[in-house]
Design a protein around this ligand. Structure first.
Ligand SMILES: *[C@@H]1O[C@H](CO)[C@@H](O)[C@H](O)[C@H]1NC(C)=O
Ligand SMILES: *[C@@H]1O[C@H](CO)[C@@H](O)[C@H](O)[C@H]1NC(C)=O
Ligand SMILES: *[C@@H]1O[C@H](CO)[C@@H](O)[C@H](O)[C@H]1NC(C)=O
Ligand SMILES: *[C@@H]1O[C@H](CO)[C@@H](O)[C@H](O)[C@H]1NC(C)=O
Ligand SMILES: *[C@@H]1O[C@H](CO)[C@@H](O)[C@H](O)[C@H]1NC(C)=O
Length: 293
């Protein structure tokens, strides 16, 4: 299994104001701020999507557009790991509620979660993007790792004055420790998105980026940088075929170099139109149009 080292390059894009047409932003809330109906509305399409995609995704001709649309129109929310870390033990975080969350800390001898809406979902995708036997959703909560996502750690990153430094910092402890705190498949470089918590974790990182941007929007809505290629070992291990990092550079729109620019093309796998980083730098852009609560 591939484990997370320092993967700043995997941070999802958060948010470049273009036309100001975003008058009715979707509201991204902390998991703890949702009522039971909102939690249910979030979890239901997730399970649906998983059950469908586990059978056909990558393997056949069935389009998952409907499911993805359902997901897309549902709210995107985040795990306020900093608040939860300060408030209570990891296992007591409401995200690990068996009824109205992603399952409790209980696992069987194989590390499979045994309760909550994802107890019986199975993944057949392997790290090399071929198919294998069905695997359950595994977790192994780790309090010591969770302590590394603390606000004090994020505060160190907030002191960064460039995006490149901020991203490198946030991609360290606040990012990596979130994966290790959940454990199980969240430690797998290629397969961690199988655990839906992955998306709440990464939306939280997007939120923290927005908090940092908001301190100096004049400069930070256009501040981009850092290498645009994952480290070589990551590519060789996680891709079906090993390709040198430079093989990807021509497709990125960064002028052929390996530095990430605002013109960088974000490939959406034909699920949504590709966008440039410039189009998603501002959470109030047409493409994102969201607000964090
Ligand atoms: C799992 O959660 C229960 C409370 O639901 C707690 O008593 C127990 O210590 C937790 N176990 C671990 C390993 O965190
Ligand atoms: C998972 O499957 C088992 C066996 O079919 C069943 O007993 C259990 O209720 C299921 N759990 C959930 C959360 O659906
Ligand atoms: C993918 O990984 C599986 C499990 O490690 C292995 O059995 C299989 O041969 C690999 N397939 C390819 C094409 O590398
Ligand atoms: C980026 O490109 C420069 C110049 O070609 C090269 O020296 C450097 O090793 C590259 N860095 C990465 C991380 O690929
Ligand atoms: C999206 O980006 C990928 C990668 O650069 C490219 O292959 C694809 O043709 C693009 N799709 C569209 C519709 O432009």
């Amino acid at each position: 299994m591939l484990k997370f080292a320092s993967l700043a390059s995997l941070l999802l894009p958060a948010a470049h104001s273009v036309s100001g047409a975003c008058s009715n932003p979707s509201v991204r809330k902390a998991w703890t701020a949702l009522n039971d109906d909102e939690k249910h509305d979030f979890l239901k399409p997730e399970v649906c999507l998983m059950e469908t995609s586990s059978k056909t995704r990558y393997a056949g001709s069935v389009s998952h557009w409907d499911e993805l649309q359902a997901l897309h129109t549902a709210q995107v929310h985040y795990w306020d790991e900093q608040a939860d870390q300060a408030a209570a033990p990891l296992y007591a975080s409401s995200i690990f509620n068996a009824e109205m969350g992603f399952g409790s800390n209980k696992t069987d001898a194989n590390g499979c979660i045994v309760d909550g809406p994802f107890a019986n979902v199975t993944n057949t995708l392997l790290s090399n993007f071929t198919r294998g036997p069905p695997q359950c959703l595994t977790r192994a909560l780790d309090q010591a790792q969770f302590n590394l996502v603390a606000q004090a750690k994020v505060g160190l990153c907030d002191a960064s004055t460039t995006y490149e430094d901020f991203n490198a910092c946030l991609g360290g402890d606040p990012h990596v420790a979130g994966h290790y705190a959940v454990g199980g498949i969240m430690l797998d470089l290629a397969l961690s998105p199988f655990d839906t918590i992955f998306f709440l974790h990464h939306t939280n990182l997007d939120r923290l980026w927005w908090v940092w941007q908001s301190r100096d929007l004049g400069a930070r809505l256009t501040d981009m940088g850092g290498v645009n290629v994952a480290s070589f070992s990551v590519l060789t291990q996680a891709q079906p075929k090993s390709l040198p990092a430079g093989a990807f550079v021509p497709y990125f729109g960064d002028g052929g170099g390996n530095v990430t620019t605002l013109n960088h093309n974000l490939w959406m796998a034909d699920i949504l139109p590709n966008v440039t980083i410039a189009e998603v730098m501002d959470i109030h852009s047409d493409v994102i149009c969201a607000e964090y609560l």
